[in-house]
Design a protein around this ligand. Structure first.
Ligand SMILES: Nc1nc2c(ncn2[C@@H]2O[C@H](COP(=O)(O)OP(=O)(O)OP(=O)(O)O)[C@@H](O)[C@H]2O)c(=O)[nH]1
Ligand SMILES: [Mg+2]
Length: 406
């Protein structure tokens, strides 16, 4: 009895595959894949890596490596193979045939996690739409590939075609339905937001790479209990709370979904509604994991998504978090850096240890006061702020480099 229940809850054994195309963040991205895989509920038992100039069109990793992959899957008794890349539908199918295992790519994995995490109605609809679109694109493309391969002979009208056609039609119908649901939800949401705007609350949104500590910071600032965990995408829905700040009054603070490199386009599209919550903020707190060796890349990835959703023009305070876990930052202790105009640019804190939170509150008050004065003086709506695009406040000299970095 007992052994049976254990085996039922045993996580799926997974082999991870990463191809090194010479990018400098190869290892970090692979570590991230392991965390994603664990978050999704699998157990990575082996990681297969290799170097290539470019993906092999048929098997992505080439036939020699695919052979190695099959052997490893047998040796480690793995049920699933997870690629740290986007596979074409044909590559995915070829690999599944070759290894006799279920093959998932990075997009599929992230979609799976989002599917498990979605809580709110709108969140669920958004995820399902992304999933349906992902699956539909696979079916269609898989089919056109088959058709090309076989010249259509023996396939036309066959059960395979009919099934695919049915599946595709069903998925299309479902997608249409979900889109109209989303439009309706979006309208309700807009109405609620307009009501909120009339209250003229100052809106502050926490944004940042997944696992940077946004929810932890949200909790420490508001004394709330948002779910924070050492998982990727612990938060999928936006949570808002009122926060009273001495010298300013009430602001609305929102915790949001985290970003990740190569965020699947289906998800950016489907999550537009949630992500756009940030567009309507007056101020962004861009939370950064200061203990991560790839924090600069993460900052850029986040800014890239912000650009995609037209939120790059919103003033940001960069919050370098987890200074307790980065010895070279801990030495300096919590502190605040201003830009040349005196606007609070960066605050170094530890959300978990409660270091620098007073400085951060103060920075929000200063920023909000300045922005209100500027608004009252009739400053035109902000253009994308070049400071957040690439270098200056994010440049390496400003944050002491971790040895071995860059
Ligand atoms: N050492 C250290 N760990 C922290 C700090 N802040 C957060 N963490 C840890 O980092 C992990 C992620 O924290 P979350 O607050 O869930 O991060 P998030 O940005 O909300 O993540 P997602 O919702 O997944 O995007 C948790 O294990 C936290 O305990 C900090 O200041 N120092
Ligand atoms: Mg969170």
């Amino acid at each position: 009895m007992q052994s049976q229940s254990t085996s039922q809850t045993e996580p799926i054994r997974a082999i991870l595959v990463g191809v090194d195309f010479g990018k400098h963040d190869f290892q970090e991205s692979l570590n991230e894949l392991a965390l994603l895989a664990t978050t999704a509920g699998s157990l990575p038992v082996y990681t297969l890596t290799g170097k290539r100039q470019r993906p092999d069109p048929a098997l992505y990793i080439g036939s020699g490596k695919a052979e190695e992959l099959r052997t490893a899957a047998d040796a480690y008794d793995a049920e699933i193979i997870i690629f740290n890349h986007a596979l074409s539908p044909a590559q995915q199918r070829n690999l599944e045939r070759f290894t006799g295992r279920y093959v998932l790519d990075r997009t599929g994995l992230i979609l799976d996690i989002f599917g498990q995490r979605a809580q709110s109605h709108v969140g669920k609809v958004q995820v399902e739409l992304a999933q349906v679109q992902y699956r539909a694109s696979r079916l269609v493309r898989a089919w056109s590939h088959l058709e090309r391969q076989k010249g259509g002979i023996g396939m036309r009208g066959g059960p395979g075609e009919r099934q695919i056609e049915l599946d595709r039609r069903m998925l299309d119908e479902r997608a249409k339905r979900l889109k109209s649901d989303l439009t309706r939800l979006q309208r309700q949401h807009d109405t609620q937001r307009r009501a909120r705007t009339r209250n003229e609350a100052f809106n502050v949104s926490l944004v940042g790479y997944t696992n940077a500590g946004k929810s932890t910071l949200f909790n420490s600032l508001t004394k709330a209990r948002a779910y924070a965990a050492d998982q990727l995408f612990a938060t999928l829905d936006t949570t808002s709370r009122r926060l009273y700040l001495e010298g300013l009054g009430n602001v609305v603070l929102s915790d949001t979904v985290g970003f990740i490199r190569d965020l699947p386009t289906q998800l950016v599209a489907a999550f537009r509604a949630t992500l756009e919550e940030t567009v309507h903020a007056d101020l962004l707190l861009h939370v950064v994991d200061g203990s991560s060796p790839v924090r600069h890349e993460q900052i850029q990835q986040v800014n890239r998504v912000l650009e995609e959703i037209d939120a790059l023009g919103i003033p940001q305070i960069v919050v370098i978090n987890k200074i307790d876990a980065a010895p070279e930052l801990l030495v300096q202790g919590p502190h605040l850096e201003r830009d040349e105009t005196g606007f609070p640019a960066r605050v170094f804190v530890s959300a978990r240890e409660g270091l620098g939170l007073e400085l951060l509150r103060d920075a929000i008050v200063k920023a909000a006061t300045r922005l209100r004065e500027e608004a009252a003086a009739g400053r035109p709506p902000a253009e994308p702020d070049p400071r957040f695009m690439q270098q200056s406040p994010l440049s390496n000299h400003a944050i002491p480099a971790i040895p071995g970095e860059d």
